[in-house]
Design a binder for this molecule. Structure first.
Ligand code: M6R
Length: 615
């Protein structure tokens, strides 16, 4: 996620901006920039890469001034280049903007502004905001005292999305204007200076008195003063808060670990994955994906390649694409594919899934697929990653940076990306009726809220974790899509709790593994798939008969399940095809709580790395 820093006051702005940006580095970024008001002009410095690159650009050409804004960018629209780094200016260069989040309708706005003569210098969605403000300013008389706020309000009125923007103008040098539309933005209050940041850690060296800007609110900051208003200009009164967290806690937004923070970020991440893609009931618009009509209609095979959690997401994708688009799908562990001699039949689409876009085996598998004549579609989180650059099409999952080694929000956003891809393919191939597509799209839109509801039940999961913290083995069982989720639930548990666990297709238990089931073994049974529900119940009874304790994951409206399982972790009911997104949530929380109770290094488990860039 991008980082925002702003300053206005008696001190030199530049060192404070750079220090704040450095404190936001943990959020991940790929380019950075600053703008400072100097002698009635705005001076900007930007650089691709780490802050050190920006600092050396500044060392060559320093800027002095007492008001400024700075940004670290984590690319979403356009590659991580110097030109795409923020701040972005309007045509006059007298007004600059930095921005976090996504402007959903930037494309039609950009086309309209270009047709009206505005010159764009980047590929970003952000730049439209600068030009919209410029356009609005032209229509507002120059003597009006709230001219800047009125122009920003007009620009915001025309944009859709979840974002935060900060605007600075050489024509209004005493103030910086900021608007929050969902993406966080915080004002730091000093006695005669005022700061702005996207996250609290950046402010802590300067002040512990902060004011959180609310959704749909505008803050006008001046040296030692802040004014809050809603987007109609009505004043908003709010008391500052005093922050007592230490810097490490503040980086994690008050959570003890990044993993827990990322688990709780899932409702918002899911919302962002879908943003702008599900605006209609009869269509899924996948920006970055331009599969030719002939290939889509006459596809012979989809080939899914990935590793670890991304592979587990691919297994769900297989189910959905086969079911909705009626194309055979072959999921392949990327590390295995390289060393066999796979058959490519006719027209094949390779779908390479990777959070980082840098996993060596997945890159090699995608290259191998391309070498054998497949078109490659990447499903990834990182704009500008090797996979994104090399693929023919890219579907970004928009999870935001994932810092904990154990993948959580990348998994659920990959699932939603693959669900959208399956519906997209089904509609284009004519294998999915529009009424069914509309029902699925409607159910997808509910997922962020339902994920929020599922996560609110964390206390029950923590109690369960206390009960099983001493277990040595655990099993996860399920059928169909529940089996794919069982695999991910099991991986989560073993990678951070170091407890041995295994996932099994529920029907396979009696072919061997049942011998290991004892009263000391918790068995997690996923029971969300209605078509195989009775079969799953039979498998639950098999393990109960061996004395094992069963913890089921089931829908709120499943009245039967409590007769068979000793514990039931409930999730809100949804379409069975979408259930994996919700069913994994209590399992992520269980893994987290067991690992926390065991005192493990949750964010960096032993022997593991976030990105596996070696074979
Ligand atoms: O970046 P990628 O999605 O390609 O990473 C693949 C795996 O290394 C990754 O999913 C790994 O399994 C996670 N640690 C699981 O939590």
């Amino acid at each position: 996620m991008c980082g925002i820093m702003g300053y206005i006051g008696p001190r030199q702005a530049l060192p404070i901006l750079l220090d704040g940006l450095r404190r936001l580095e943990y959020r991940g970024y790929d380019s950075a920039g600053v703008a400072v008001l100097a002698d009635g002009r705005i001076e900007t410095r930007k650089a691709a890469g780490k802050l050190a690159v920006l600092e050396s650009a500044i060392a060559d050409r320093p800027i002095a001034g007492r008001a400024g804004i700075g940004h670290t960018r984590w690319a979403t629209h356009g590659h991580p280049t110097e030109a795409n780094a923020h701040p972005h200016g309007d045509c006059t260069g007298r007004c600059v903007v930095i921005h976090n989040g996504i402007i959903e309708n930037y494309l039609p706005l950009r086309e309209r502004l270009q047709a009206a003569g505005h010159r764009f210098r980047s590929d970003t969605d952000t730049e439209v905001v600068a030009h919209l403000i410029e356009e609005a300013l032209e229509a507002i008389p120059s003597g009006r005292p709230d001219r800047m706020e009125a122009a920003v309000r007009e620009a915001v009125r025309q944009t859709r999305g979840a974002y935060a923007i900060v605007v600075m103008s050489a024509d209004d040098p005493e103030r910086i204007v900021a608007v929050r539309m969902i993406s966080p933005l915080i004002v730091g209050l000093g006695p005669d200076e005022t700061l702005l940041a996207s996250d609290i850690p950046a402010l802590l060296p300067y002040t512990r008195d902060v004011l959180v800007i609310g959704d749909g609110e505008m803050a006008v900051i001046e040296a030692g003063r802040v004014t809050l208003a809603d987007l109609d200009g009505r004043p908003v009164a709010r008391r500052p808060e005093h922050i007592t967290w230490d810097a490490a806690m503040a980086e994690k937004g008050g959570y003890p670990h990044f993993m827990l923070k990322e688990i709780y970020e899932q409702p918002r991440a899911l919302h962002e994955t879908m943003m702008g893609r599900l605006d209609r009931d009869d269509e899924v618009t996948l920006d970055g994906v331009a599969l030719p009509e002939d290939l889509v209609r006459r596809l012979d095979k989809v080939w899914v390649v990935a590793c670890g959690t991304a592979f587990h997401a691919g297994l769900v994708g297989r189910w959905l694409i086969e079911h909705l688009a009626r194309v055979p799908v072959e999921p392949d562990l990327a590390s295995e594919l390289r060393y066999r001699d796979p058959l490519i039949v006719g027209r094949t689409l390779a779908v390479a899934i990777s959070q980082s876009g840098e996993t060596a085996d997945t890159l090699a598998a995608a290259r191998e697929a391309r070498r054998r004549g497949s078109r490659v579609l990447a499903v990834t989180n990182v704009v500008g990653s090797t996979l994104a650059r090399e693929a023919d099409d890219v579907l970004f999952i928009r999870a935001g940076p994932e810092i904990a080694v154990a993948s959580t929000k990348a998994y659920t956003t990959m699932l939603v990306a693959l669900q959208m891809l399956a519906i997209h393919l089904g509609l284009r191939r004519g294998t999915l009726a529009s009424a069914r597509a509309a029902a699925l799209i409607g159910a997808l839109r509910h997922l962020p809220l339902q994920a929020q509801q599922a996560l609110e039940r964390s206390a029950e999961v923590e109690v369960l974790a206390r009960r099983w913290v001493g277990a040595e083995h655990a099993f996860f069982i399920g059928r169909g899509l529940d089996y794919a989720v069982a695999m991910e639930g099991s991986l989560k548990l073993k990678e951070i709790s170091y407890l041995h666990s295994e996932a099994l297709a529920a029907g396979e238990l009696k072919h061997g593994t049942l011998a290991l089931v004892t009263p000391q073994t918790p068995v997690f049974a996923l029971a969300t798939q209605r078509t195989v529900y009775e079969k799953t119940i039979s498998n639950i009874q098999e393990v109960r008969a061996r004395g094992a304790e069963v913890i089921a994951v089931a829908y709120d409206d499943d009245a039967e399940i409590a007769k068979y399982a000793q514990t039931v972790l409930r999730i809100p009911p949804t379409d069975d095809l979408l259930a994996p997104v919700l069913a994994i949530l209590p399992l992520q929380l269980f893994a987290y709580h067991v690992a926390a109770l065991r005192g493990h290094d949750i964010d960096q488990p032993r022997n593991l790395a976030k990105s596996v860039t070696v074979e």
